[in-house]
Design a protein around this ligand. Sequence first.
Ligand SMILES: [Zn+2]
Ligand SMILES: [Zn+2]
Length: 294
Amino acid sequence: MGAVLLDLTSFLCWLVGSYLYAGLGITLGYHRLLTHRALKVPKWFTYFITLGGYFALMGAPLSWVATHRLHHQKSDQPGDPHSPKDGFAHAFYEWWMSGEMAEKQPPAEIRKQIPDLINDPFLAWFGTEHNAKQAQMCLWINVAVRVGILLAFGWPAALGATLGSGFVFFGPQLVNTICHLTNHGYRNFQITDNSRNVSWVAMWALGEGWHNNHHAIPRSARHGMMWWEFDLTWCAIWLLEKVGIAKDVVRPDLKDALARNRALAALRAAELSASEAEDEELALSEAVTVTASK
Ligand SMILES: [Zn+2]
Ligand SMILES: [Zn+2]
């Protein structure tokens, strides 16, 4: 009985621990920190949290960031790497499984997307291009890490770690599909793309399902903006700021953003000036405040 309880405790600790480490690795590391520069942290923390995302089979951080920046630039338009307008299966897995990204985003285009990161030797070590070599390297490193956990801590730990990070793996795929489907969730901001806030995806993906908020104000470190929009990644960033690890945290200026959203909706309804609506949407995306460095 005691041994079973010990196995169960080990399994649950590794399940939750892996879910949080790999999950925050993607949401806080790959996404809000590297892609959107929504906060500043010391180098050691950047590397530590990015590794978490790599352990969720997310592939090389730099090519991930390049793809995601492209997604924001072309969201739900031709050239978007994974819009469900090109089919649910395409947005869920075909875009990364088919190998088409090597053509859609060649090395020169990747370099253009990530001038701020490409020269970082640690991040670049995992690969800087969309190719089979970096995907296989990611797969084998992930397998080796699980075998290491199995040998060092036993099968309940290895099973917990695999399930925890496996659960995380589907978070970004759900965001890419469900959170861009017009028959799901709701919108706070009437922006051009189809992004939606979907609560169950937000719970699954540590706050990333508040995707319409994120597309409206991409630089914000906080994605859950209304009181009911729980955002675990934001809680982690808030905590990191409190203990002095995170600084220059970008927060949404919600009053300004909502006023701009009303103006945007009125311009759209009037259908008078597309360029004015475009300017308003751009101003909305910059409705942020940045906490001063201490
Ligand atoms: Zn999106
Ligand atoms: Zn983003």
